[in-house]
Ligand binder design. Structure first.
Ligand SMILES: Nc1ncnc2c1ncn2[C@@H]1O[C@H](COP(=O)(O)OP(=O)(O)O)[C@@H](O)[C@H]1O
Ligand SMILES: N[C@@H](CCOP(=O)(O)O)C(=O)O
Length: 357
């Protein structure tokens, strides 16, 4: 018997200004996996971690760069981690995975978060583990250690999330180097290790309302900026007044985005940040000018503007005038030698999904 199912996971924009590592909104741009498993072969034991056939549509973002070996590709490495935590070494023989990915890589639209969520769901479906989304979040957070993209991609909508304090024993389990959590890419000796199960309820979240009149304009520069590099540039400590600056705005912003009609006089200042954007400006030409010069008073319809995730994409929240707003931001990037594309997106309210076919 052949099992076929489709996994869909939304992109996400994290931080939304002051909500560094806290806020994320799922977006209407979906990573999709078409999976086929020949269950007549599923019970065959096999020692090859690369026995599944992985392919991408030719129009997928990163088509020419993402690895197709399942112990090297982020989606399938993540799935292998879930399988191995549950005493299953590899994909069933005859597993085929065809990926369609419209989420630009390394741009601040949660491509890695979507890949990790898709991989955990894939592992859950292949092994028929019956995990809830909340339990799958634990596996995701063992791999992508900030909850904002992962939570928005898994749960959908506009989310706030935190990581709970772990017990010393859990920290010991949690602090396993990623190389032990995920199988080594091709060439690494398969140690046969069974990774410990992740602690439960590592991440907790709430889903906020979102005024549907508020649309998400993503202005996407053509250069990649890895999230790891963009996180590495941030200070390890902050002046109290900068943290208070962000906390105050975070508390106001989560409600301001639910209000009808939307109030730009509240949303625009509430989207300011002193924790990550000031330091990332050195990595993104034109960011300083764009965040300070494109305002609701110069562009009617604009509510707020910020770096999307770790960048370089700019997220502009607006109710109208989308073309003019995006063109102004594109023009300012071009003046700094950066070419861009743009997309008009909506929140993805339902998050990740699986459709049996
Ligand atoms: N659909 C995908 N398939 C395989 N790997 C992916 C996919 N999406 C993202 N990745 C991996 O994640 C990396 C980008 O992650 P990251 O630097 O966090 O940027 P982003 O802001 O897009 O999340 C890519 O270089 C690639 O290694
Ligand atoms: N809070 C994180 C969010 C990273 O989002 P991504 O879409 O760039 O992966 C950060 O700002 O580092």
């Amino acid at each position: 018997m052949v099992r076929t199912f489709k996994i869909k996971v939304p992109a996400s924009s994290a931080n939304i200004g002051p909500g560094y590592d806290v806020l994320g909104v799922g977006l209407s741009l979906f990573l999709e996996l078409e999976v086929t498993i020949d269950s007549s072969l599923a019970h065959e034991t096999n020692d090859d971690p690369n026995n599944c056939k992985l392919s991408y549509t030719e129009d997928s973002e990163g088509y020419s760069s993402v690895p197709l070996r399942s112990d090297a590709n982020l989606i399938t490495r993540t799935a292998l981690y879930v399988l191995r935590c549950n005493n299953i070494r590899n994909f069933p023989s005859g597993t085929k995975i065809h990926v369609s990915n419209p989420i630009p890589l390394g741009r601040g639209l949660g491509s890695s978060g979507a890949a990790v969520v898709a991989g955990v769901i894939l592992g859950n479906e292949v092994a028929q583990l019956g995990f809830s989304k909340q339990r799958m979040l634990d596996y995701c957070l063992m791999i992508e250690r900030h909850p904002d993209n992962i939570t928005a991609a898994m749960m959908g909508g506009f989310c706030g999330s935190f990581l709970r304090d772990l017990t010393p024993q859990e920290v010991e389990r949690r602090e396993i180097p990623l190389s032990e959590v995920l199988p080594e890419p091709s060439g690494g000796e398969d140690t046969g290790l069974v990774p410990p199960l992740p602690p439960t309820d590592i991440g907790r979240h709430v889903k906020y309302q979102w005024n549907p009149a508020i649309k998400c304009i993503a202005i996407i520069p053509q250069f990649e900026l890895s999230t790891a590099d963009s996180r590495g540039i941030l200070p390890k400590a902050y002046p109290t007044q900068d943290l208070v600056f962000n906390l105050q705005r975070l508390a106001v912003l989560t409600t301001a985005l639910t209000m009808d009609p939307p109030n730009a006089d509240l949303i625009y200042p509430a989207m300011q940040d002193r924790v990550h954007q000031p330091y990332r400006k050195t990595l993104i030409p034109g960011l300083t000018e764009i965040l300070s010069c494109v305002t609701p008073s110069t562009y009617p319809g604009l509510l707020g503007i910020c770096l999307s995730g770790a960048g370089p994409t700019i997220l502009a929240l607006a109710t109208e005038n989308f073309e003019d707003i995006s063109q102004e931001i594109i023009n300012r990037f071009v003046k700094n030698g950066v070419e861009c594309s743009w997309k008009l997106l909506e929140p993805a309210y339902d998050g990740a999904s699986v459709e049996q076919q």
